[in-house]
Design a binder for this molecule. Structure first.
Ligand code: M6R
Length: 609
């Protein structure tokens, strides 16, 4: 979703800003822009399309100046166009970038028009710059003008404001859209994601909800929602500088698929002792929160929701607690029942997904016994607002299609199953088996990755297809759903997933030679049932691709291609069967020539509703 970068420095900042935008490209956007102040003049360049277009424009007409802001826009109000791209301006004095949605923009627009302000874009953001301009007429500083402005805004914003007449200052404000301040030597920065600023600093402070900050070269002053000056902890980032580089890989997605063994090893490290998963994996006070849990409600979106669906099987089968799973955008707008001793778990790669965050806030109001997040972003809103957190340590995930975050979420959820299970009488043997399985995951994923060439060849079959069906049973049903999401997301082939027992209740009608059917078939207690479903497809002339354990005794023939998946235990099977499905979607997308890392219409971090 939209990205923000801002800088106040003694040197020219346009290049720093554009590099920051490049590092945020993965979030998804449709246009980009930059504005800088030089000799008390505001100059601005905006382009529809990629940051590269903006960079080219700046090469021909460089912008000089030490104070500047930049933005990648993902359209919400108004079509993607140069006119609607940020930064927006008021009277050539004020420039603003903004992430989020101003819900009362229409009313504000009318008021401002009444005051003589002329609107030149269709965006909600433009009200912010005119409001600041208007407030400045009666305020003693840019800071107080912005503070007065944000009091009038309803909705979500992360915003940065500069004024050409006060050229060595940026005012930033956060409510609902994350902002992080980067501290440099004699220069300071702001961004919507620390990744943007890693080339210039490693010291960061995350703004809290309602914070407004004044940033100059020498100083950062932060004020809370009451206007009281506050300190926010400045931490050294653990994210590596090259997290935003593709390295030897053609796409981030492929790099991230191949990083899974390392990411899994990292997420497990230090969290198991004496064949038991430590409660402390979920935070310092986790034991106290987890020991009486009898029900788990999991909330997530997209891929993270599929991880949640998988964990429901585990928590109910092995940990002996009941579990509900719901998509965040549904949970937040309906009345749900609160069971006694319930734990609310959110799952999110980014930690900033607007629906998931709203669901967490609602759950806290409802009185859940405790809240936990399984999250990949240490300083994120979900981590800060939850009682407990499992930090995934998957490393930065740049590709819009989530891959390593999913398998690491599964590992974290298996650990949660072991811990909640222990408090509910899970045998020591089962706990030990889970630990053994967790420890052998990295090596097993390596083996699954060796299927890459075989899957690349198979992908050719999909290039001319428009529809596909994914089938699985039990905890492989969510894996089929995840496989279908990956394929549709990056190759734009329509893909649906079904629990294979449902075939006869409708989807069998779709089966013909043009509808490839992908089956995930580990050698588990549901295998015989699954084989019957495979026969149902075969009898109707369907063409199947079966990812199966070699002991599952499937044989390739005219109607079926069997891809042997390394033998694995039940605890890790969902995770291992995910790998070939990720590779399949990647190779199909490559053949189709789509934008693998930034598929059309999608954003990496969905910070608006
Ligand atoms: O950051 P989150 O895990 O909360 O994101 C949730 C979804 O937006 C995300 O998983 C999305 O479905 C992915 N693009 C799927 O690959």
């Amino acid at each position: 979703m939209c990205g923000i970068v801002g800088a106040v420095a003694q040197r020219d900042v346009a290049e720093i800003l554009v590099e920051g935008l490049r590092r945020l490209e993965y979030r998804g956007y449709d246009s980009a822009g930059v504005a800088v102040i030089n000799n008390n003049e505001l100059s601005r360049t905006r382009r529809l399309g990629k940051v590269q277009e903006l960079a080219k424009a700046l090469e021909s007409n460089p912008l000089n100046g030490g104070t500047g802001i930049a933005h990648t826009r993902w359209a919400t109000h108004g079509e993607p166009s140069e006119r609607n791209a940020h930064p927006h301006q008021s009277q050539g004095d004020i420039a603003v970038v903004h992430n989020g949605i101003i819900e009362n923009h229409q009313k504000l627009r009318e008021t401002l028009q009444g005051l003589g302000y002329e609107f030149v874009s269709d965006t909600d953001t433009e009200v912010i710059c005119h409001l600041v301009h208007h407030e400045l007429k009666t305020s003693d500083s840019l800071l107080t003008a912005v503070q007065a402005t944000v009091k009038q805004l309803e909705g979500a914003y992360g915003t940065v404001v500069i004024d050409r007449r006060d050229s060595e200052r940026m005012i930033v404000a956060r409510s609902g859209s994350p902002l992080v301040i980067g501290y440099g030597l004699g220069e300071n920065f702001v961004a919507s994601d620390q990744l943007a600023l890693l080339p210039v600093t490693r010291s960061f402070a995350f703004l809290e909800e309602g914070d407004v900050a004044e940033i100059t070269r020498r100083e950062v002053k932060i004020f809370d929602v009451e206007g009281t000056q506050v300190e926010r902890e400045v931490k050294e980032s653990e994210v590596t500088h090259d997290a935003g580089d593709k390295g030897e890989y053609r796409h981030y997605m492929l790099k991230e698929i191949y990083e899974q063994p390392m990411a899994l090893a990292r997420t497990i490290e230090g969290r198991i002792a004496n064949q038991q998963v430590l409660d402390s994996a979920f935070g310092v006070n986790a034991e106290q929160f987890l020991k009486d849990i009898k029900h788990v409600q999991i909330i997530a979106c997209g891929t993270s929701y599929h991880a949640a669906m998988t964990a429901r099987y585990w928590l109910e089968d092995w940990a002996g607690v009941s579990c509900n799973v719901e998509i965040a955008s549904e949970f937040r707008y309906r009345k749900s029942h609160l069971f006694p001793n319930s734990l609310l778990v959110t799952i999110s790669q980014s930690g900033e997904t607007a629906d998931t965050l709203a669901a967490l806030r609602l759950a806290k109001e409802m009185g859940y016994k405790a809240t936990m997040t399984i999250c990949n972003a240490p300083g994120s809103s979900l981590v800060r607002e939850s009682d407990m957190s499992y930090l995934m340590k998957a490393g930065a995930e740049i590709g819009v299609a989530s891959t390593k975050a999913f398998t690491v979420q599964l590992a974290g959820l298996l650990m949660l199953t072991a811990v909640i299970g222990r408090h509910n009488g899970m045998s020591e043997q089962m706990q030990a088996d889970i630990c053994t399985s967790l420890a052998s995951m990295p090596a097993k994923v390596e083996q699954a990755l060796s299927l890459d060439d075989e899957i690349a060849a198979l992908a050719e079959d999909f290039a001319d297809k428009h529809h596909s069906l994914f089938l699985g049973r039990g905890d492989q049903y969510p894996i089929a759903m995840e496989g279908a999401l990956k394929l549709k997301e990056i190759s734009y082939i329509h893909a649906e997933a079904y629990a294979s027992g449902e075939l006869k209740h409708g989807p069998l009608a779709l089966i013909d030679a043009d509808m490839p059917v992908i089956v995930v078939a580990p050698n588990n207690e549901l295998l015989e049932k699954l084989k019957s479903n495979v026969e149902e497809v075969r009898a109707r002339g369907g063409l199947m691709y079966v990812f199966a354990d070699k002991d599952a005794e499937f044989a390739s023939d005219d109607t079926m291609k069997v891809i042997p998946v390394p033998h694995c235990d039940d605890f890790m099977a969902p995770l291992i069967y995910t790998i070939p499905l990720q590779l399949l979607s990647y190779h199909v997308a490559l053949i189709k020539g789509t934008d693998v890392d930034q598929p059309r219409n999608l954003a990496k971090s969905v910070t608006v509703e």
